[in-house]
Design a protein around this ligand. Sequence first.
Ligand SMILES: *Cc1c(COP(=O)(O)O)cnc(C)c1O
Length: 495
Amino acid sequence: MTRGRTATSTGGEPAHSGVVILRRVPDSFHMTPDEFRRHGHAVVDWVADYMERVGELPVLAQVEPGEIRARMPDAAPEEPEPFEALIDDLDEVVLPGITHWQSPGWFAYFPANASGPSILGELVAAGLGAQGMLWATSPALTEIENQVLDWLVDLLGLPQAWKTAVGPGGGVIQMSASDSTHVVHVVARENAVARGASTDDLVAYGSSQAHSSVERGARIAGFRHVRLLEVDAAHALRPDSLQVAVTDDLAGGRVPTIVTSAIGTTATGAVDPVAQISAISREHGLWHHVDAAWAGAAMCCAEHRRHQAGTEHADSYTFNPHKWLFTNFDCNVLWVADRAPLITTLSTQPPYLRNAASESGAVIDYRDWHVPLGRRFRALKLWWVLRSYGARGLRHHIREHIALAQEIGRRVDEHPALERIAPVSFALVCFRHVAGDAETDALAAAINATATVYVTASAIEDVRFIRVSVGQTHTTRADVERLWSAIADGVGSAG
Ligand SMILES: *Cc1c(COP(=O)(O)O)cnc(C)c1O
């Protein structure tokens, strides 16, 4: 029997046997609001159940390549399927292939946090389905984003001039830190070209520990020269190496254009000397971009803001609420100290986008602030996170994660078979097995084989080490104890 989708699309007709056969009138295959309500409640229940049980699932997906795909039919269904079947397949098809970033046993990479208010914000943004490319295409999308990012300026202790309400700077939500870093390289290039430089001569700088998005963003922006400079013993960029490189490039007829400093590198959480890099940048007219993709979240807590001293002279700053600030991917923030060059670089004026509000100059059209034209309502989930947690809630959880990381650091220091390879930075602990690389890798494998926690094995200058990043939304002391048991047991088997 064909299942009728809506009450009005089916009619009864007696067959020879006297059985009533439903005859489908295919006037609509859409889900009705009532069906949406019913299935929506079931889906929310499914997600809530997932939140309750995610801590019991093996953190790392346990499937072989191709295994998930093989669970799916070879072709899309010709006939509509009941929605219940779709929900069932979350357990049958999807979950086996999920690595559980939302497990409280997640200590790998950096977090990619979700939270209740953020998930619900995503749902409503999808429900509204609005497009915020221009102020006029949904004023709430732009104005809420303006206001929420201005709030964040205060929450993170950043310069007042970066607020859109104050200016000349402003903030914009982008998809990723990589996008933001790429875009500022494009803007810095255009600034240099406008001053008469040739693109071939432009030079971009970062440290050897800069995130790969710095080199990639620069290359995609057309930089032929990207210098990844020497770091000190704490893996932070050495200002003298920047000074020397800039002097050499000037002597060689090249044009030093942009430098990226990191507050919290990906490998070890190192903090580059932002103030000294700012001073060199100002002396030589370089654009200074600050990458605080992960550690920016810690700036909610005033005790960490010393690490961003000098940021008031930076030209741009990027930070990912989608890492540690309980906001679902994607949600990256880029602030620029002056929005004029950004808009000049990225703006075009096709006739179909012209409108009175834009021409009045009284509104912000975010399409001019990034590469895509269209944009969804990402500010909603961030707004809901900030309101639902309150600044106090955010500080509470960030501080708790940092305290737990420091505790792990102390235990590593006390353990005769373990040594840190870098200072504990914010909520990141990097250590190795004193016996060497093979033992370190064996230890990481033993920890991950418990399947109840997950850490990352990495290397810096050929020295293998283990990265433990504390910061999953729901990680607590109990999870850290579980991690520590896995480490202590693993040292026994690895050593
Ligand atoms: C994670 C990270 C990035 C990249 O972030 P995306 O949003 O995934 O592009 C850049 N820089 C640093 C320091 C990071 O930790």
